[in-house]
Design a protein around this ligand. Sequence first.
Ligand code: MD3
Ligand code: FE
Length: 221
Amino acid sequence: MPIVMDDLFSAARVPEKLGPGALFLPGGAAALQEKLMTQVEAVLAQAPLRQLMTPGGRRFSVRMTNCGALGWHSDAAGYRYESCDPLSGKAWPPMPEEWITFAQECAAQAGFETFCPQACLINCYAPGARMGLHQDSDEDAPESPIVSVSLGVAAQFLFGGTSRTKRVRKVSLLSGDVVVWGGASRFNYHGVAPLGVDMHPLTGAYRWNLTFRRVTAEDSP
Ligand code: MD3
Ligand code: FE
């Protein structure tokens, strides 16, 4: 048998269920990438990227900011969502209406028809930046998925199981890829391998990730 592309590179670039409630939509945001990056720049003008501290006093290698009614924050006091940016004391920039609609369309494709995100966490990876294996458990909306959009330099995403010791699957996330993480996969361990030295026409050496999150129960305001 001849060897084909998929033997050398792992996965076909077609929609795929990565686990229960987890739907990979390769290129799901491909047509929106440039617009999204322009809108990210507008958010940064109001709420610049910052290197947060873990409660244990270590620095995240990823730089972050948020838009939406709530934003994720970390410092010595712990991980939490805040309605104002602790840097400025002002409300986070609003989430663009198109972002909300797009995140809802993605969630609906995975069967989450009532998703209404309150926060968009914006992560920026420079070469070498990484995110260790963790669970996202600072939200009080376990029924709601998280929708993630990757932009720029490709990364190896690590998708683990419900315990830290379960084996992890590596998934390449390219610019424009979308993943919906809900249902029984909502609390799976996950992380991002150190970003390589690479270039992307849209973002230069950087990778951006947008995660759309419900923080309080879906039937709350
Ligand atoms: C799987 N960000 O911000 S997004 C994070 O690429 C985070 O910046 C990564 O993990 C990034 O917390 C990964 C993909 C993601 C987000 C939430 C998940 C995957 C998930 C929740 C459960 C399982
Ligand atoms: Fe996470």
